[in-house]
Design a protein around this ligand. Structure first.
Ligand code: ZN
Length: 404
């Protein structure tokens, strides 16, 4: 479907290094890619409530990785889904008495506007699940054929007990007790009778009264949550692609099941690395729709907060750290943006000077996208050197903040 306007990224002199990214699968830094092309799949929104700061932080991490890859001279391809048919969306539509499609449309439009305002680079493909029902159903049918899936009544489940290239839990570094706990917390149904293993996730949900459903070779119904990302990522990027990204709360069951579905569908590996962004709290609790403690990007923008200040407030925290949003974050970011903007407006007396902040940005960002260190590098540079074109462009291309 339509994405949003892509912010221009200035060309910088030379190329930066390939980044060493923290890989959640091995809990260690990994240089990705080692050569050639780079591809990134980011788990998208369920469009029923406008973008909050936690979402923005996750998509900003993917944006930063994309910017660093582009600066390294790589051919970059990115994809993302939108879970535009799922239980939370349907529940919200019922609660508010609106059509679920209209709700998804509306919230996807808010998301587009928020992402464009924050200058988050759009994915090359943004695919709604309802655009890929046939492909998902075909994948589910293939897993039934191969014995990787089975029926419970008319619902299709994935068989996690089958031996595959690596065991369940390996890629999310979780033991069985943790997996059971997380499955229960994140949309699984470990207690359903008739399953081969409590951890087996739903691949296809047979039609229920009042719920949307599509005709398919596996019966009338709709896709389960994880398989949509497997099918969309493999169709758009192939497998293995370079990095699978999402919030740390997606590591199990969502990302783990995606990867296991891919093995069942014949891939040798789903993604080379897995990137998990930290969670943002507010007022002492993880920001979440269910708790209602959301700081929405739209509300901040409507209150007149500059998008670049929101960006700087987020970039001041490392993408993997869990942190808590406070008013102070915005105050610090506003002050920093004022200082940088004032600096950028003063043209240097000597236009031939060659000092720039570019190499410092490349150095800090290639090390696991260390944006807090990158901001400090710019702070130090702004304090001692005149504004030069290369630095202005580097701050734009790598941090997404345009100062002139
Ligand atoms: Zn996903």
């Amino acid at each position: 479907m339509r994405t949003w306007e892509r912010a221009a990224t200035p060309r910088l002199p030379g190329t930066g290094p390939h980044p060493a990214l923290h890989d959640a699968k091995t809990d260690a830094p990994l240089v990705v890619p080692t050569d050639g092309d780079a591809s990134l799949y980011t788990c998208g929104i369920t469009p029923y409530d406008a973008t909050h700061i936690g979402h923005a932080a996750t998509y900003l991490a993917s944006d930063t990785l994309t910017r660093v890859w582009l600066d390294a001279g790589l051919d970059v391809r990115t994809a993302m889904n939108s879970t535009d048919v799922d239980d939370p969306l349907l529940e919200r539509a019922t609660r508010d008495g609106v059509d679920w499609r209209a709700l998804a449309e509306r919230e996807q439009e808010v998301f587009r506007a928020d992402m464009a305002a924050l200058r988050i680079l759009p994915p090359d493909s943004w695919i709604a699940v309802t655009e890929r029902i046939d492909a998902i159903a075909a994948a589910v049918a293939a897993m039934l054929d191969s014995g990787d899936a089975y029926l419970v009544d008319a619902d299709v489940y994935f068989d996690t007990t089958r031996e595959r290239a690596y065991p369940l839990g390996f890629g999310s570094r979780t033991d069985r007790a943790t997996m059971l706990h997380l499955a229960r917390e994140h949309g699984g149904d470990p207690d359903r009778a008739g399953k081969r293993d409590p951890l087996d996730p739903l691949l296809w949900r047979a039609e229920r009264p009042g719920e949307p459903a599509w005709e398919s070779p596996v019966g009338r119904g709709r896709p389960g949550w994880h398989v949509e990302c497997t099918v969309i990522a493999m169709a758009e990027l192939g497998a293995p692609f370079t990095v699978a990204a999402g919030g740390i709360d997606l590591r199990f069951p969502h990302q783990e099941m995606q990867a296991h579905h891919a093995l069942a569908l014949g891939a040798s590996l789903f993604s080379v690395a897995r990137a998990n962004a930290g969670l943002v709290a507010y007022q002492g609790e993880k920001m979440s729709k269910s708790l209602g403690n959301l700081v929405k990007v739209r509300v901040l923008l409507d209150a007149g907060v500059r998008p670049a200040a929101i960006r700087l407030a987020l970039l001041a925290h490392h993408w993997r750290s869990d942190w808590e949003w406070t008013d102070d974050d915005l105050a610090v970011a506003n002050e920093r943006l004022d200082r940088w903007t004032a600096w950028a407006q003063v043209l240097p007396d000597d236009p031939s000077h060659e000092d720039s902040v570019l190499e410092w940005l490349r150095y800090t960002l290639h090390h696991d996208l260390d944006t807090p260190a990158a901001l400090q590098a710019v702070d130090a540079f702004v304090g001692r050197a005149p504004a030069d074109d290369v630095s202005i462009d580097a701050i734009d291309a790598l941090l997404g903040v345009r100062l002139r």
